[in-house]
Design a protein around this ligand. Structure first.
Ligand SMILES: Cc1cc2nc3c(=O)[nH]c(=O)nc-3n(C[C@H](O)[C@H](O)[C@H](O)COP(=O)(O)OP(=O)(O)OC[C@H]3O[C@@H](n4cnc5c(N)ncnc54)[C@H](O)[C@@H]3O)c2cc1C
Length: 242
């Protein structure tokens, strides 16, 4: 994938929901070896555990879910296959390798009246980085988050969302539950509540906002078509497709 790799030690593992954990990663050297922009992602793999480790070569990309101002990196991983399973078996003190962060799904300034975020399931990982950065930098009068999960016990960062709401009067959050889930890219249910009327009722000054979407593809396409119908220019809508 790349010749330039970096080593980080797993400093803390935070269970977020039954199949999702966050990993705080401390750099091997005391200084952070690179900077990143909220929304970017990097290649990650567990460091080699032994000489005969055939799975070691596989990289997967994970979004940086913390803020660029943190002293550790943070990633949040849904357990669903080869590398994510291996990441979930790591313990604090283990090591991972990463690439340099990349990606163009990044927070743009100016944000107009404020950014509007749409997150479906694990798609909330890059969105969390953006929200934390907006709050730290005081960007936008309003920050709106629409987040969709299969069920209340599968909400990721639920406690943190309450803290954001308590700390910042401009922050609004709407949580939606869509029933059984767990598939990688489930089709958006025809009855998903994020329809045009739902969005128009909740988004103040919709033409003066910047939109960021990271969700299963079908759901993102639905939201994009509602925003278009509301008259939002396409250049104000940014989507991350995994
Ligand atoms: C830009 C970007 C950012 C990303 N950010 C994140 C992030 O922040 N957090 C995150 O969790 N993920 C993120 N991903 C997804 C991540 O990179 C991996 O794709 C994901 O973790 C799956 O990799 P894996 O090795 O665990 O699964 P793989 O082994 O590659 O399997 C992929 C999928 O196929 C299914 N599968 C595998 N084998 C079979 C089989 N035999 N039969 C049926 N189904 C099978 C698995 O269940 C899984 O859903 C991101 C991806 C991109 C491109």
């Amino acid at each position: 994938m790349t010749d330039e790799t970096f080593r980080f030690q797993v400093d803390r593992i935070i269970p977020e929901s039954p199949r999702v954990k966050s990993f705080r990663l401390r750099p091997e050297e005391s200084e952070m070896p690179f900077r990143f922009r909220p929304g970017q992602h990097m290649g990650v793999r567990p460091a080699r555990q032994g000489l005969s480790d055939p799975e070691h070569e596989k990289w997967r990309h994970f979004s940086l879910s913390g803020s660029p101002g943190d002293d550790c990196l943070e990633i949040t991983i849904l357990r669903q296959g080869t590398v994510s399973d291996r990441m979930h078996t790591l313990a604090e003190g283990d090591w991972v390798e990463t690439t340099r962060p990349v990606g163009t799904f990044t927070l743009e300034e100016p944000v107009g009246h404020g950014p509007v975020f749409f997150a479906g399931g694990i798609g909330i990982a890059p969105i969390r980085s953006m929200i934390r950065f907006c709050m730290e930098e005081g960007l936008g009068e309003a920050i709106s988050l629409f987040a969709s999960f299969p069920a209340p016990e599968q909400v990721i960062y639920g406690e943190e969302m309450k803290t954001w709401a308590n700390r910042s009067p401009g922050f609004s959050c709407w949580l939606t539950y869509t029933g059984p889930g767990g598939e990688r890219n489930p089709p958006a249910p025809a009855s998903h509540p994020w329809d045009r009327a739902f969005l128009e009722e909740r988004i103040e000054r919709p033409l003066n906002r910047v939109y960021y979407l990271c969700a299963p593809r079908g759901l993102m396409e639905q939201v994009e078509s509602h925003l278009e119908a509301m008259g939002v220019p396409a250049e104000q809508v940014h989507a991350e497709r995994w």
